[in-house]
Design a protein. Structure first.
Length: 94
């Protein structure tokens, strides 16, 4: 039997998405203030449109992708390798 997915409010899911995707350090677009404001406005519109409904994280992520918000405002940027001398001495590779 699979793990039961938590059902949360759309407001909670929107905050989860903003924190884990839009404000993620690996989001290449996070530095662009104007674009980030537009992204938060789009998320706010979703919150208003689906206010009071319950949803899972996966369903919200699918909704954001369906609306084109994810593609427009989130671009993964691979972290730069760490030049830590201790990591190199221990043989830890990136």
């Amino acid at each position: 039997m699979g793990k039961i997915k938590p059902i949360i409010s759309v407001e909670h899911a929107a905050n989860w998405y903003a924190g884990n995707y839009l404000e993620n350090p690996n989001n290449a677009l996070r530095e662009d203030e104007k674009l980030l404001e537009e992204a938060f406005a789009s998320i706010e519109n979703l919150k208003k449109e689906f206010a009071g409904q319950k949803i899972t994280h996966r369903q919200f992520l699918d909704l954001v992708k369906e609306k084109g918000i994810h593609q427009k405002f989130y671009h993964y940027r691979k972290p730069e390798p760490n030049d830590c001398p201790i990591c190199k001495a221990m043989g830890i590779k990136w």
